[in-house]
Design a protein around this ligand. Structure first.
Ligand SMILES: *Cc1c(COP(=O)(O)O)cnc(C)c1O
Length: 399
């Protein structure tokens, strides 16, 4: 069996039994129009050239692959390499798909891009892409998150997006999603909803994956050029799963390459405070698609927790669910404590402060490297930089 992206999802938007369009019929029509426009525009040389130029000269791609020698020698065993998505403009992998989505919206003649944001990472990346492409941007964000995430809120304002505070319910991400979605339903013809990960109704898991797949394409080339072989193990953290799909996609048919997705175990899998969806969830529907979710007996999403706010999502991208069932990708979890340890070790041994999200992937690499021989290579997707987390960690650890 081969796992070609062109066969996945199928024409109904399913990866195995996951994905699809669990949305009202009028919206299905709109989603199918987005899919048709995407399939058409992405084939054109003009679109490919525009995207390639922006990746190179605006985002700063290709991002380097860096051999973390000090860290590798400290933990022993396999050599650990980092794909440096933290060096991208705006400091994380999200800009890769936000630029793609903003360009697509513009090519479709949409006048506004809409989205929700939790910690503000998706909001900032999208506001950046919209400023660049020249299209209006409206971001819905819970009042509580607005208070907590001051630097990102300020950035979004400077970048010129319209920030809509959400005052209902929990005043956090969940209600921001509902609020942004209601706004979108008022005018889905001239606006486009820009989803922040490989989640949501078809075609978004496919579109976001395709834009992120540049990460794995570059990495494969970089390893073939410098090491003359492919990495033995790929590791990425999984919230919705976009940075992980970005790294994994190009390697899915390389049988020698093992892949591991790392979910947040938070305060422990035996507590309620985690977001280890693929480890402990069951099949359900959330935000317009079918996937494994953390849900109560009535099928409502459970409150989830992670020290890394980019990972605390009670669902996960449909392709990850499918790859888990196929056993092509293994999913594990890392708790807050090991995440913080990896955060500090990478900072002090390599001078690289990782995002807390990415530190989950680093922590798992540190766990398995000593069990592997020194001729093996682990490649970690360092999805983002830790500037946003520095104050929090310093307080938390009383530095
Ligand atoms: C948002 C975010 C994540 C989680 O999102 P995925 O879609 O799972 O990749 C991971 N790392 C960073 C730095 C983020 O900002």
């Amino acid at each position: 069996m081969t796992l070609n992206s062109s066969d996945m999802p199928n024409n109904k938007g399913y990866f195995g039994e996951y994905g699809g369009q669990i949305i009202p019929p009028p919206l299905i029509e709109i989603m199918n129009e987005i899919d048709a426009a995407y399939e058409e525009v992405r084939q054109t040389e003009a679109f490919q050239n525009e995207l390639a130029q922006l990746y190179a000269n605006y985002v700063g791609r290709p991002s380097p692959v860096y051999y973390a020698k000090n860290l590798s020698e400290k933990v022993g065993g396999a050599r650990i390499f980092l794909k440096r998505e933290d060096l991208n403009h705006t400091g994380a992998h999200k800009i890769n798909h936000c630029i793609g989505e903003a360009l697509l919206a513009k090519h479709m003649g949409k006048t506004k891009v809409l989205a929700e944001t939790g910690a503000g990472q998706h909001g900032v990346a999208l506001a950046t892409a919209c400023a660049l492409v020249g299209i209006d941007c409206e971001i819905h964000m819970g009042e509580i998150d607005i208070e907590k995430e001051h630097p990102n809120v300020t950035k979004m304002k400077i970048l010129g997006c319209k920030l809509v505070p959400v005052t209902r319910g929990t005043r956090t991400l969940k209600d921001a999603v509902d609020s942004a979605f209601e706004e979108y339903l008022k005018d889905p013809v001239t606006t486009m909803y820009a989803i922040g990960s490989v989640v949501g109704p078809h075609p978004f898991p496919k579109i976001v994956r395709d834009f992120q797949s540049i990460v794995g394409k570059e990495a494969k080339q970089q390893f073939l050029t410098t090491e003359n072989k492919l990495p033995d193990v790929l590791i990425a953290c999984v919230g919705g799963g976009s940075n992980a799909m970005g790294l994994f996609t190009e390697f899915l048919n390389d049988g020698s390459v093992e892949m591991i997705g790392v979910e947040p175990a938070g305060k422990g899998l035996d507590t309620d405070d985690h977001a280890a969806t693929l480890s402990l969830g069951s099949k359900g529907a959330i935000h317009g698609f079918e996937c494994i979710t953390l849900q109560d007996n009535e099928g409502n999403p459970l409150p989830v927790y992670s020290i890394a706010s980019g990972l605390d999502y009670p669902g996960v991208g449909p392709q990850h669910c499918y790859l888990r069932d196929l056993k092509r990708v293994e999913y594990v979890s890392v708790d807050d404590k090991d995440c913080l340890d990896a955060f500090m070790q990478l900072s002090r041994l390599e001078g690289i402060i990782p995002a807390l999200e990415s530190a989950h992937a680093v922590a798992h690499a540190m766990k398995i490297a000593p069990t592997m021989s020194s001729d093996k290579i682990i490649l970690v997707n360092l999805s983002g930089r830790g500037d946003k987390d520095a104050d929090f960690v310093a307080d938390y650890l009383s530095l």
